[in-house]
Design a protein around this ligand. Structure first.
Ligand SMILES: [Fe+2]
Length: 466
């Protein structure tokens, strides 16, 4: 982890071309401390973690607009709180906007405020445009770069995510603080764009600079997953576990990747052990149930009986966010947990609420929900009711739009699996043939996938051409 004595003061930031309007060296240093934890995706306990650092940052200079931008931006990008329903967040945004009256604000700071204003109004893509605009003039503005990356991910835009980092790389010196984190960010974009060899190389460079760079670890885990090197993935996760698990904000997701390798090779008890000992406790502690729900759903595709009790925990933990509709990918997992925990009435209410969200709101997530999120939600219900043909008819027309729901290729794969399972189980022969086609496609994309082999074997035993 970074050494605290090196936090940058006002002059140091100015020398890097990132001048701030504050004259408080303490505020500038705390901004650096906060940014360091954000790009490293960990809580520095010696600083009291994110919350304490953010509080100290705002206290050091309450009028330092970038202190507000950093904390509000993270809250908004986490897609866990809604400005329409959360008065506290609304006030925080209003307070930040009021600081625009300060004539000392730099043009870059003004743009940061503007980006969060449009984000709060529902437009992730317009906010990204503003952050990218900042990066044209200030390519070392790591907060703008990180916000871009988080939201390209939320929108499933892998190529812009890759290119965003590539554009700024030449403007950074290797001596600039936090430089090494660019590799992990770039590696993820490369991997999500299908450039696995390049992604792996970039991740290796990031880890050579800082073995605790969990985004490099994460990108490497994706490369190993997508290229079918599951045993190598398990070895990588095992041998580096102490390096990445201290990054407590991403650790639950990296354990999700760890467990995924075991699901692929059919070692379900090991996968479930990782779930119970690592994924679930972290999910409950953070109130973030998405990875956990996704993991249980995949295990159940494999025929593993995970039990309603496990789903009930996820249902209860995720309950406060059931009707937020801030990210389509999240909503799908809330509906999933309601269905599997046998709260079908809640699932019905969630889908009614989603319909209302589509009717009454605007913004990126509303559009994605209408285009693809709602049919997928309805397919989850149809699948649960055993109406597999209906699930196929809902999913198949939108499967090339799954990408718009955000998340990574590996994450969205569960919806491809859902379509394949629905097609296999559908009573229609045409659907079973569709399953065969989809499995051929899957086999071509992932050469070594025992999971695909198992599904092909299952379908072969059905003698669908007879
Ligand atoms: Fe991932």
């Amino acid at each position: 982890m970074a050494k605290h004595c090196h936090w940058r003061d006002c002059l140091a930031w100015k020398d890097e071309g990132l001048e701030f309007s504050t004259t408080s060296n303490e505020a500038c240093k705390l901004y650096d401390a906060a940014l360091t934890q954000i790009v490293g995706w960990y809580h520095d306990k010696s600083l009291g973690g994110w919350d304490k650092t953010f509080t100290r940052l705002r206290e050091a200079d309450p009028d330092f607009v970038m202190g507000h931008v950093l904390t509000n931006g993270l809250t908004l990008c986490s897609t866990s709180v809604n400005i329409q329903t959360d008065e506290h967040l609304k006030k925080r945004i209003d307070d930040m906007v009021s600081l625009k009256a300060n004539s000392a604000l730099t043009n870059r700071e003004e743009k940061h405020v503007e980006a969060l204003q449009v984000y709060a109004d529902g437009s992730m893509s317009k906010a990204i445009d503003i952050w990218e605009d900042i990066l044209v003039d200030h390519p070392t503005d790591l907060l703008a770069l990180k916000f871009c990356q988080l939201n390209y991910y939320n929108l499933g835009q892998s190529i812009p995510m890759r290119d965003s980092v590539a554009r700024v790389f030449p403007h950074w010196k290797s001596s600039t603080p936090l430089y090494g984190y660019l590799y992990g960010m770039h590696a993820f974009g490369l991997e999500e764009s299908g450039m696995y060899v390049e992604g792996e190389k970039a991740a290796a460079k990031g880890l050579a600079i800082n073995p605790n760079d969990c985004w490099s670890t994460h990108a490497n885990a994706h490369c190993l997953e997508m290229t079918g090197r599951h045993d190598q993935g398990i070895k990588f996760m095992t041998t580096t576990e102490n390096d990445w698990k201290i990054c407590d904000i991403l650790a639950d997701h990296i354990y999700w990747h760890f467990g995924l390798y075991y699901i692929e090779i059919g070692e379900y008890s090991k996968a479930l052990d990782i779930y119970d000992s690592e994924i679930l406790p972290r999910c409950v502690a953070s109130n973030y149930t998405i990875h956990a729900a996704s993991f249980l759903y995949r295990l159940e595709f494999e025929g593993v009986k995970v039990g309603k009790e496990r789903w009930q925990v996820l249902y209860e933990t995720g309950e406060p966010a059931h009707f937020n509709h801030l990210l389509v990918y999240k909503d799908l997992h809330y509906v999933m947990a309601s269905l599997r925990a046998d709260h079908k009435d809640t699932a019905k209410t969630q889908i009614e609420s989603i319909r209302q969200f589509i009717r009454e709101r605007c913004g990126d997530q509303r559009d994605v929900m209408k285009e693809v999120g709602l049919p997928v939600c309805e397919a989850l219900v149809a699948y649960e009711n055993g109406d597999y043909a209906e699930a196929v008819d809902l999913l198949n027309p939108v499967r090339y739009k799954f990408v718009n729901m955000g998340g990574s290729n590996a994450q969205r794969d569960e919806f491809q699996q859902l379509l394949i399972h629905a097609a296999i189980n559908s009573p229609k022969k045409h659907h079973k043939r569709l399953a065969r086609s989809l499995l051929s496609e899957r086999k071509a994309l992932r050469e070594n996938s025992p999971l695909t082999d198992r599904l092909q074997k299952q379908l072969l035993a059905m003698h669908i051409d007879e």
